[in-house]
Design a protein around this ligand. Structure first.
Ligand code: HEC
Length: 137
């Protein structure tokens, strides 16, 4: 095999390895969102009446730092919050333990960057750091 061909096949192989994994993350984020988060926040992220706040274009997401949001998603959230001018006083349960750190990074990245939000990627390292800090008081 010529050197050029070898280089090309290495490049091709690494493309095959990396591209689907990026797509896979988004696909998995969407899957976890649709099987779990959407039961309350709805598939379009618009929430439900006065009970479940919207994630779509949420000013709460916009003004809250990523680590705080992540700890709320992992450990749950309750008490009064205001989202897009409306007050909520509900309970978001902790995330079921069956979800892996990779699932959490995928679903958090999905929820915080879809529906008009743009908080940036949530990595597995971010998830581990948030878990270490624990539940918010
Ligand atoms: C059982 C219903 C339920 C599920 C499932 C749920 N949430 Fe929530 N979520 C809530 C409620 C209720 C609140 C508001 C809590 C309060 O009033 O203090 C909330 C608040 C939030 C907030 C902050 C407020 C806002 O609207 O911007 C974010 C972000 C959020 N949830 C993301 C998620 C993500 C991501 C998932 C899936 C991993 C998820 N939630 C699953 C019920 C749920």
């Amino acid at each position: 095999m010529k050197t050029v061909d070898m280089i090309l096949s290495v490049v091709a192989a690494s493309l095959v390895c990396t591209l689907p994994s990026v797509a896979q993350n988004k696909k998995n984020g969407e899957k976890v969102f649709n099987e779990y988060c959407s039961t309350c926040h709805q598939k379009d992220g618009k929430g439900l009446a006065n009970v479940y706040p919207p994630l779509a274009k949420s000013d709460y997401i916009a003004k809250t730092d990523k680590e705080t949001l992540l700890r709320q998603i992992i450990f749950g959230l309750n008490g009064k919050i205001k989202v897009n001018g409306k007050e909520y006083n509900g309970v978001m349960a902790p995330l079921p333990a069956k979800y892996t750190d990779a699932d959490i990074s995928d679903v958090a990245t999905y929820a915080l960057n879809m529906f008009g939000n743009s908080k940036g990627k949530v990595s597995v390292a971010d998830v581990k750091a948030a878990k270490k800090k624990g539940k918010l008081k």
